[in-house]
Design a protein around this ligand. Structure first.
Ligand code: ASP
Length: 424
């Protein structure tokens, strides 16, 4: 079995759905397990619907549902020639039930309400794509991931129960391939032991594909994206990007750790454990080779990769009594930082000074000043960028530091990290 995953952008319109089906047809000689996300930006809309529900804003709640219903019905109208087809009724029934939700009592558990509603984006999307597969002659089974992926009770960030999930896939999912070439299911969603819907975190459907592959011992996973594969830098910040043809699981984890955002970081681990290769390929040019992520490390060093984090702020703490920065102050500093929600991207110390770099939009400057002002002088420097270069050389460092002042740098054998400021 091969596992394919298509994200929201690959099913954002009727034309996009037709393209997905043409990719499935190209691979119809093999048994496919296919994970599909909610269409386009539906998950964001569903989040707004939950907000409106929790605020009991009936007008806004119904307006948003109407918009989402219209979006999906436009896609269905283009895909299905028979307007009496069951799929219209099925999808409208989901929206009707959702509309009535505001009349029933609402629990205080935001996460629980969130998961029950936001998951509907994937249910609707997969129902539409499955019905279209059938219309186009692909022998397809639709399966509800809420009956397959067992998680704990932590709504919105649920953890997978691997043992139960493996059993469920072995007993319910794999046998479906006897009668169907394609088994279509949802990413992102699961269920807890009480049968309630859970979700595994935004952008989680890459991870769902990894879970399915692990539980079914698949031959490979392919994530279909709107880029040709994994690139050595985000084209948003960098001209002349190069595709990485082959990288190791380890390298992919390192890149994700430093902030590369092509694949959900949790996806790699289950695949690495069973040595299941992961392909990242373009749904626009599906015949082209993408990137393969696998055990071999032989090509990791061929191309330097760049990861940019913009909008960084560097805080420096100096003890007011001029004491040296030693373990005692460090534990005090970390204790204070733990109360600030700051996620440290890089840190450095000298004799009298300890510095941390964080995402500016994730911290409050006032909060940090307030937490430290009794015993430390605090300085901060805004509008910085953090550049991480894997497999660097001097030429690549020179390239990213043109017109920039280097504020701080750290190098290991494989990785250079530079905090820089644009020269005005
Ligand atoms: N639909 C969910 C989201 O937008 C999950 C996913 O697509 O990965 O976050």
């Amino acid at each position: 079995m091969f596992v394919f995953k298509f994200g929201g952008a690959s099913v954002k319109s009727a034309e996009a759905v037709k393209n997905v089906i043409s990719i499935l047809q190209m691979h119809s000689y093999s048994k496919l397990g296919v994970v599909i996300s909610a269409m386009g930006k539906t998950t964001n809309t569903m989040e707004e619907i939950v907000e409106a529900l929790m605020k009991k804003n009936t007008l806004e709640f119904l307006k948003l549902i109407e918009e989402s219903r219209f979006f999906h019905s436009s896609i269905m109208n283009e895909l299905f020639s028979d307007k009496k087809s069951e799929i219209f009724l099925e999808v409208y029934a989901i929206f009707d039930t959702l509309s009535q939700r505001i009349e029933a009592p609402i629990s205080d558990n935001f996460g629980l309400e969130y998961d029950q509603i936001v998951s509907l984006g994937e249910i609707i999307s997969t129902k539409i794509v499955a019905a279209y597969c059938v219309q186009e002659g692909i022998v397809t089974a639709w399966m509800d991931a809420r009956e397959l992926i067992r998680t704990n009770d932590v709504h919105r960030e649920a953890e997978v129960d691997w043992e139960t999930t493996t059993t469920l896939f072995q007993e319910k999912f794999i046998p479906k391939h006897k009668d169907a070439d394609v088994i279509l299911t949802q990413g992102f969603i699961g269920h807890n032991s009480n049968g309630l819907t859970t979700t595994i975190g935004r952008e989680g459907s890459d991870f769902s594909a990894g879970i399915i592959a692990y539980c079914c011992n698949a031959e490979s996973v392919t994530i279909w994206k709107d880029v040709p594969g994994m690139l050595n830098a985000d084209p948003k910040w960098f001209d002349n990007t190069v595709k990485l043809d082959s990288i190791s699981f380890r390298e992919a984890i390192e890149l994700a750790y430093y902030g590369a955002s092509v694949i959900h970081p949790k996806t790699i681990k289950p695949l690495q454990n069973k040595e299941i290769p992961l392909y990242v390929k373009s749904f626009i040019n599906p015949k082209e080779d993408g990137t393969v992520i696998h055990s071999s490390t032989s090509k990791d060093h061929l191309v330097p990769s760049f990861i940019f984090k913009m909008n960084q702020i560097l805080f420096s703490f100096t003890p007011k009594d001029f004491s040296f920065i030693v373990e005692k102050n460090l534990s005090d500093i970390f204790g204070r930082l733990a109360q600030s929600n700051a996620k440290i991207n890089i840190m450095q110390n000298s004799a009298l000074n300890f510095s941390i770099l964080v995402d500016e939009d994730k911290v409050s400057i006032e909060r940090i000043l307030g937490l430290f002002e009794d015993n430390y002088n605090v300085k901060y420097n805004r509008n910085l960028e953090l550049v991480t270069i894997r497999h660097y050389d001097q030429a690549t460092i020179d390239r990213v530091t043109i017109d920039k002042e280097i504020i701080l740098q750290q190098k290991t054998r494989e990785t250079a990290r530079l905090v820089v400021k644009q020269l005005s």
